[in-house]
Write a protein of this length. Structure first.
Length: 114
């Protein structure tokens, strides 16, 4: 493991664990969502995290390490799915995001906080 991925004082991997909920105001109660989304699952690789987006449960999780060669290409479909999910005329806009990344590079950071 490269030295930059270790905490130099303790020689243990750094871990980011974040759990947050976000909610948006519901749309008009008379509008019903005819659109259902299939779950999004992207398996982890040596350089990218596992992504699990369960639309029915309103849960998004990212686990593992994130230093893909092209972070925009990797996270693009995830961000597009998130935008589509948030645009649905649904009564419950709560989304739980669980981030458990042991390492992420600067390009991943840029995509995660965009």
């Amino acid at each position: 493991m490269p030295a930059s991925r270790w905490n130099s004082s303790s020689r243990t991997p750094r871990m980011l664990a974040l759990r947050c909920s976000s909610s948006r105001p519901p749309s008009s109660p008379t509008v019903e969502s005819a659109h259902t989304m299939n779950p999004l699952h992207i398996p982890a690789t040596a350089s990218s995290p596992e992504i699990e987006f369960r639309f029915d449960a309103h849960e998004l999780s990212l686990r593992g390490e994130s230093f893909p060669e092209n972070a925009a290409a990797f996270f693009g479909p995830v961000i597009a799915s998130l935008r589509e999910f948030l645009a649905l005329p649904d009564q419950d806009r709560t989304l739980t995001v669980d981030v458990a990344l042991t390492y992420f590079n600067s390009s991943s950071t840029k995509m995660l906080f965009t």
